[in-house]
Design a binder for this molecule. Structure first.
Ligand code: BGC
Length: 373
């Protein structure tokens, strides 16, 4: 009796361990132009959901999730090969830092010193500069626990990298859970005060990557305000109510329903929403997106105060992506959790300054489910 129990426990333990271990597979994905080896990790959970991550840019390469009939599709816009990721592209799936989004006029002052950054978006700095975190090859290790599997990416951003002060030790941990959620946990420490604002720039299409536009997707964003901006998307410092405007998604609305009313060139959503306090403890979603034909639903949870909703306005058919698809305007949407844009120059916004002795941490989860037709 006792023997049988031990034996059974042994089998159970072995099978749990080996199934989790088999769920993280690391394979070579090519080399960077500098000759660094890039690897791709494939994670699979107990439901068959698959996530692929690459060390170049700590990038989400693919997410395969079922529709309401169980048919799988890859919902991430991007590339099949490393060659694609090495070209100039609009941040497909990458980890963005040291400061995501815009810094006005590519400069800021900190502790009485002025810092100048590369202006790569008109006069402004966008997404970390010329060679942000999305263009660096990260160190990676798999993490396997009884129920979950994941990858932890680490690197040190040296003092002066892209003009920012301080050596910053970074970690980004992706975990695929058995309830079809991909959790992203960021952490950082520094030896000098520095601004830090990290996000992921995945473009989603819940009908499947390369499967048309996202204009029929329905979205709800848990925000009654946005950060008002000038026409170059630099915040004025004021918060503006979304009520009565085409950017009000407090109730579900079709992304395409009022998109043409947005006054921007090119036309589309590219707005930072001020999330309601109810979403901050990860209990209420910051946003939910539904695709009516497949029934796929994505919920976004975050500890961050802001969410940039971007509808791929600049995609213009010039990029050849997965399976030879060309990506046109509105072929994907991004929901980038973050502190507000240009926070380093806006005293009235929640601070993005990390000081020596402090630990930065932030969590965002993309959870997938389906609804019946
Ligand atoms: C920004 C857009 C920008 C895009 C680049 C988004 O995060 O908000 O303005 O064009 O990234 O892919």
């Amino acid at each position: 009796m006792i023997l049988r129990f031990i034996c059974l426990a042994g089998v159970l333990m072995t099978s749990t361990f080996s199934s989790a271990a088999d769920d993280v597979i690391r394979t070579p994905f090519g080399k960077t132009k500098e000759g660094e080896a890039v690897d791709i990790f494939t994670l699979q959970n107990s439901k068959g959901m698959k996530v692929r991550l690459i060390t170049f840019g700590a990038t989400i390469q693919s997410i395969e999730v079922p529709d309401n009939k169980g048919k799988m599709a890859d919902v991430i816009v991007g590339f099949d090969t490393l060659e694609g990721f090495l070209t100039e592209h609009p941040y497909f799936g990458g980890t963005i830092g040291r400061v995501c989004n815009r810094i006005g006029n590519a400069k800021f002052s900190l502790d009485g010193k002025e810092y100048s950054l590369a202006a790569n978006n008109g006069p402004h700095s966008l997404h970390g500069g010329k060679k942000g975190f999305d263009r660096k090859n990260w160190i990676a290790e798999s993490i396997i626990t009884t129920n979950d599997r994941g990858v932890r990416f680490t690197r040190t951003s040296a003092d002066g990298e892209e003009g920012y002060p301080g050596n910053v030790r970074l970690g980004v941990t992706f975990t695929l859970t058995n309830d079809n959620a991909l959790r992203i946990e960021y952490d950082a420490i520094t030896d000098k005060s520095t601004p830090i604002n990290l996000t992921n720039h995945a473009y989603f299409n819940l009908a499947g990557s390369g499967n048309g536009t996202i204009l029929d997707h329905q979205i709800m964003i848990n925000a009654t305000q946005q950060t008002a901006t000038d026409e170059t998307l630099i915040p004025t410092g004021k918060l503006a109510p979304v009520a009565g405007t085409p950017i009000d998604f407090t109730k579900y609305g079709k992304i395409g329903a009022r998109i043409k009313e947005i006054k921007a060139t090119p036309v589309g959503y590219d707005h930072n929403y001020v999330l309601e306090a109810s979403s901050k403890d990860l209990k209420a979603p910051a946003a939910v997106v539904r695709e009516p034909n497949s029934g796929r639903v994505m919920e976004v949870y975050t500890t961050e105060p802001g969410l940039q909703f971007y509808t791929g306005n600049f995609l213009d058919g010039t990029i050849k992506g997965k399976k030879g698809a060309t990506y046109n305007q509105y072929n994907g949407f991004c929901l980038e959790s973050q502190h507000y844009p240009d926070s380093v120059n806006k005293k009235e916004f929640p601070s993005t300054i990390l000081k020596p002795g402090e630990k930065f941490s932030s969590t965002t989860t993309y959870k997938f489910l389906t609804v019946a037709e």
